[in-house]
Design a protein around this ligand. Structure first.
Ligand code: ADP
Ligand code: MG
Length: 328
């Protein structure tokens, strides 16, 4: 088959040229079979998750293809990380608009290749279809946990302490800067946009939290919204102290550091950090397991109230809804 650099080959040539080289596991059979095999690991369970990203919804049409590939993969790896799973491999289902060139697809595959190396994972298979609609990428990721040790949403108990990894709000701020260019220093802009484009799944942290976190989940919808999900499933409430929220210097450079900024940070999406709870008697053990305690911040505690609230500096609840907030 001959191709000029941007003419697209057939579906089968595309798979053979671009994706088969990414299928390193023996069980992927070089993408030459109908299905793949994932070997059982003694004493372990397979953790399975899927997340779809769609042009115009999760990324912008003119975003670089490498970054689109990495984001599609990383949002899935972030789910595995939050569950304490060690990533193993993934399936890739693509709906491709015909306008995408071979060069675009080569760059997309290169983004996948880089992240496979970074996270030690393999492509296992997938599906490819043409679409008259927007580009959509559905990835299903697989990881292993020791049997019974997947970190659940449902284990938080009143009195537990609430932690979050990294800093919150950066990706939301990065998206805001992309949507409406603002007069900010390059370093601030680059840091925030990078946090939006390239989330960093907290794989090592998730593994360290196995058996010691009472509950956990990855933060994709915004810290408060996601803690709301965790609290619902656990049948508890959560109080977050606004002044404890970890904010990056870049975020503060863009938005300042008042209560309004903290509310925006706690409600902005796309952080892909891990929020988790730990019984007070096990915090020492957790910190030892995590090793790099700079990665985590205690932001609040679990209550028996059934509601999730953000507290201002006076300990008063703020109702932090997307459209604004009111004291009550
Ligand atoms: P089917 O006709 O059963 O749908 P396909 O021709 O779609 O089979 O797939 C052939 C092989 O290529 C399978 O191993 C499948 O997993 C793999 N494959 C197809 N599309 C992709 C993709 N986007 N990424 C990775 N593997 C793919
Ligand atoms: Mg198919």
């Amino acid at each position: 088959m001959t191709n000029s650099s941007s003419e697209r080959p057939s579906e089968f040539a595309l798979i053979a040229q671009l994706f088969a080289p990414l299928a390193n596991a023996p069980g992927a059979f070089g993408l030459l079979d109908d299905a793949a095999v994932i070997g059982a690991r003694a004493g372990h369970e397979l953790v399975v998750t899927t997340d779809m990203v769609v042009e115009g919804v999760h990324f912008l049409r003119h975003d670089p293809p490498e970054l689109i590939a990495k984001k599609a993969l990383r949002v899935n790896l972030s789910d595995l990380a939050a569950k304490g799973a060690e990533p193993y491999g993934y399936l890739l289902a693509l709906s491709l608009p015909s306008r995408l060139s071979m060069d675009w697809l080569v760059a997309f595959a290169e983004g996948l290749r880089q992240d496979q190396r970074e996270f030690g994972i393999t492509l296992l298979g997938g599906d490819t279809t043409a679409t008259p609609g927007p580009l959509s990428i559905a990835i299903t990721a697989f990881g292993y946990v020791p049997s019974g040790q997947m970190i659940r949403r449902g284990g938080a108990q009143a009195g537990d302490l609430v932690f979050v990894s990294g800093t919150v709000g950066d990706a939301g701020a990065g998206l805001a800067v992309l949507r409406k260019p603002q007069d900010v220093p390059h370093a601030v802009r680059d840091f925030l946009v990078h946090r939006y484009h390239e989330p960093r799944p907290r794989v090592a942290l998730g593994v360290a939290l196995r058996g010691v976190a009472s509950a956990g989940l990855d933060v994709s919808d915004g810290l408060l919204a996601d803690l709301g999900h965790l609290a619902d499933v656990s049948g508890v409430g959560i109080e977050i102290d606004a002044h404890r929220l970890p904010l990056s210097a870049a975020l503060q450079g863009l938005w300042g550091d008042d209560l309004q900024t903290r509310i925006r940070a706690a409600t902005a999406g796309d952080d892909y950090e891990i929020a988790f709870t730990v019984a007070p008697g096990r915090v020492g053990e957790m910190v030892t397991a995590v090793r790099d305690s700079a990665v985590i911040t205690q932001v609040g505690r679990v209550t028996d109230s059934r509601s999730v609230v953000l507290l201002d500096d006076n300990g008063c609840a703020i109702s932090a809804l997307k459209g604004g907030y009111t004291h009550f």
